[in-house]
Design a protein around this ligand. Sequence first.
Ligand SMILES: Nc1ncnc2c1ncn2[C@@H]1O[C@H](COP(=O)(O)OP(=O)(O)OP(=O)(O)O)[C@@H](O)[C@H]1O
Ligand SMILES: [Mg+2]
Length: 256
Amino acid sequence: MMLEVRDLERRYARRDVHALRGVSFDVEAGQRFGIVGESGSGKSTLVRLLAALDKPTAGTVSFQGRRIDNLPERRLGFLRSELQIVFQDPMGSLDPRMRVLDIVSEPLGRREPGRVAELLAAVGLPADAAGRYPHQFSGGQRQRISIARALAPNPSVLIADEPVSALDVSVRGQILDLLASLVEQFALTLVFVSHDLGVVRHVCDRVAVLRRGEIVELGDVAQVYDAPQHEYTRELLAAAPNLRAELARLSGGDDG
Ligand SMILES: Nc1ncnc2c1ncn2[C@@H]1O[C@H](COP(=O)(O)OP(=O)(O)OP(=O)(O)O)[C@@H](O)[C@H]1O
Ligand SMILES: [Mg+2]
């Protein structure tokens, strides 16, 4: 099993928030696992625990059969290359003072212009992008840079936390298509977080519906969308924008 999450809890004592309340699920190798829920439901908290960027207050996370929730940072080196995250806001996650060459090389620990050129090509950026700075790119292109950096260490798991919600609607489809094709090309396991059901359906084969820190529904995408078992899932589906229109929109667009 790629990831095993058991009875995971996270309380933020300072603000008296119980952000995760006993979450359990498995992610198999090669799966595209969606986590969907409203703002504040605990999605990013869960992602940080999956990536061992934070410690749970209870419960466990295992990566390829090995507990990671209780390891000190000095023993997490393997995970830092095996599992990579793409965040929502590419501007916030790219150091504005660094050139793309250095940004993409960062997870490798040293500059590798050849590898960076390969990665830039894989994400559809021109080779001369390596010498430029983040502000010289559009939002969609900056997210391509983040994706190139995430792929640099050859991870087995890619986590994308709302990777298109900060982007212009017109470029979302292209970035989602890129992610989907890279997941295929590099045989990645994907954990994909979104509050947008249309997007999750487009990208994932399994989905967990998170509500106030609990999974209320978990299953194959087709099953959850066509025959939702939980009232909350039905409400989310009813509130979602017209899925057909959404998908038509997502498959068009221009990156600028
Ligand atoms: N570092 C923190 N300290 C205190 N409370 C936090 C912290 N991070 C998140 N929270 C709280 O935990 C709850 C879950 O937040 P989280 O960011 O995980 O939700 P989310 O589903 O990612 O939301 P969004 O869709 O807005 O990104 C919220 O009530 C939030 O205010
Ligand atoms: Mg979040």
